[in-house]
Design a protein around this ligand. Structure first.
Ligand code: AMP
Ligand code: MG
Length: 428
């Protein structure tokens, strides 16, 4: 049996980053950039007003106050998107809107809140009373203040978030280059499976794995392709597994244990290459990995939580590597375990847990064990019964508690490592 780490590195050795492709801007959200993004303009492109107000010469407003405002002649009214029609001279002001170009002659903007238009609403031809002195530069956003023309604003290798999408729009990149999303084939196996819209008959259960897996594939930013259910015979299984080379990778569930009808491993050996099929872990020791026609193949065990944990530990990092990410694993934190847990010593356990932040300092003894200062700022408890057939405790979990090989029990109050299922990579 391989350790989890050995299995993980055997998997990742076989996985290569996919090719870049050019996608419509919004489709790049969550992807890794394959090329630098360079601005074709200054941002802002021109000096403009950061406020609705009046463009003035600061020197004219010296000494202005509520009691003795300075009165200036209004020579222009500049909307965002319009160009100024007049320069601002001594004793003059132009009504200006946020985002409108600053007119020649003006060196500052006075917020409208510190002015009073004396007639015609302060528009052209009227006058305006300024009740606060301005300093040169007030409320002016300068050309190129955020980004210079020719500047690299995003680097190849960076992941695209909502702000990056906006930034790419601002710098004129309607179709960025990103690493392609893997197309992932999903096959469930089992004579007992019926589809979700069907009431199971005698001996039957609903096929839930196809759905949890497809959801995990989507959440990992890849594209699920559900190929359907292979019944527990070699011909059926071969027909669906044989389609693996049409995709970037294939994931199956069930049919990899020691049962008389577990044919996935047999078929994999016939039409592909088996790399490993057992990992020292619970849930889900029969984690199977190989290739079919060069396409990576994951044969996950059938129990619903074993499937999901296997995906989390092996398939998700593989998908991320294909997508060009450098960080492949979820964040891990150390937490104080709030109950005694028994386990088998010969394998790693991944228990479904509820992780809770208890802040720092004073709250540290929250779990009742008088935890020392400097101890972890989290507690963790089991999210429910840990049978690998049960999805409810997986649903309630926000972490997997990783309990090491070599121990047969972990006492309440122990520090344990938790894999955060509720956070992406790169989050602290
Ligand atoms: P297997 O690995 O095929 O021996 O399956 C182990 C357990 O998982 C059995 O109780 C199966 O009925 C169950 N199982 C297998 N495939 C699925 C599936 N697609 N959805 C839900 N349960 C499944
Ligand atoms: Mg089965």
């Amino acid at each position: 049996m391989l350790s989890v780490e050995q299995a993980r590195s055997a998997v990742l050795k076989c996985i290569a980053r996919l090719d870049p492709e050019t996608v419509p801007l919004l489709d790049s959200l969550g992807c890794v950039l394959a090329a630098d993004v360079v601005s074709d303009i200054d941002v802002s492109p021109f000096d403009n007003s950061a406020m609705d107000g009046y463009a003035v010469q600061a020197a004219d407003t010296a000494g202005a106050s509520e009691e003795s405002p300075v009165v200036l002649r209004v020579v222009d009214h500049i909307a965002a998107g319009a160009m100024p029609q007049a320069a601002v001279g001594e004793g003059e002001a132009s009504r200006i809107m946020t985002g409108a170009p600053v007119p020649a002659g003006a060196d500052s903007i006075v917020m409208v809140e510190h002015t009073e238009g004396l007639d015609a609403g302060g528009s052209t031809g009227g006058t305006v009373a300024i009740s606060r002195p301005a300093t040169a530069g007030d409320h002016i956003r300068h050309a190129g203040e955020d980004v210079r023309r020719g500047e690299v604003v995003l680097r190849a290798g960076e992941a695209v978030n909502a702000a990056s999408v906006g930034l790419m729009a601002a710098v004129g990149t309607p179709a960025p280059q990103v690493y392609r999303r893997p197309r992932v084939a999903i096959v469930s196996t089992g004579d007992e499976l019926v589809e979700v819209g069907t009431l199971p008959g005698p001996g039957q259960i609903r096929n839930s794995n196809t759905y949890s897996l497809a959801a995990q594939v989507l959440a990992a930013g890849a594209l699920p392709h559900v190929l359907g259910i292979a019944r527990d015979n070699e011909a059926d299984t071969r027909a669906l597994l044989g389609r693996a080379p049409e995709f970037d990778l294939m994931v199956t569930t069930g049919g990899v244990s020691m049962g008389d009808f577990d044919v996935v491993k047999t078929v994999l050996e016939q039409i592909g290459e088996l790399d490993f099929w057992k990992v020292a872990m619970r849930p889900g020791a029969p984690q199977t990995f190989g290739t079919i026609g060069g396409a990576p193949f994951f044969g996950l065990p059938g129990n619903p939580t074993s499937t999901m944990v296997g995906f989390e530990l092996f398939v998700r990092p593989a998908i991320r590597k294909m997508r060009g990410f450098s960080e492949l694993d979820r964040p891990r934190v150390t937490a104080v375990l709030s109950e005694d847990v028994r386990k088998k010593a010969d394998r790693r356990y991944f228990m479904r847990g509820v992780l809770r932040s208890v802040g720092d300092g004073a709250l540290r003894d929250d779990c009742g064990f008088g935890v020392e200062k400097g101890a972890p700022a989290y507690t963790v408890r089991l999210s429910g019964r840990q049978s690998s057939a049960m999805l409810t405790s997986m649903h309630r979990a926000n972490c997997l508690i990783s309990l090491p090989e070599g121990v047969s029990s972990v006492a309440a109050g122990s520090a344990v490592e938790c894999i955060r299922l509720d956070q992406e990579e790169g989050t602290p």
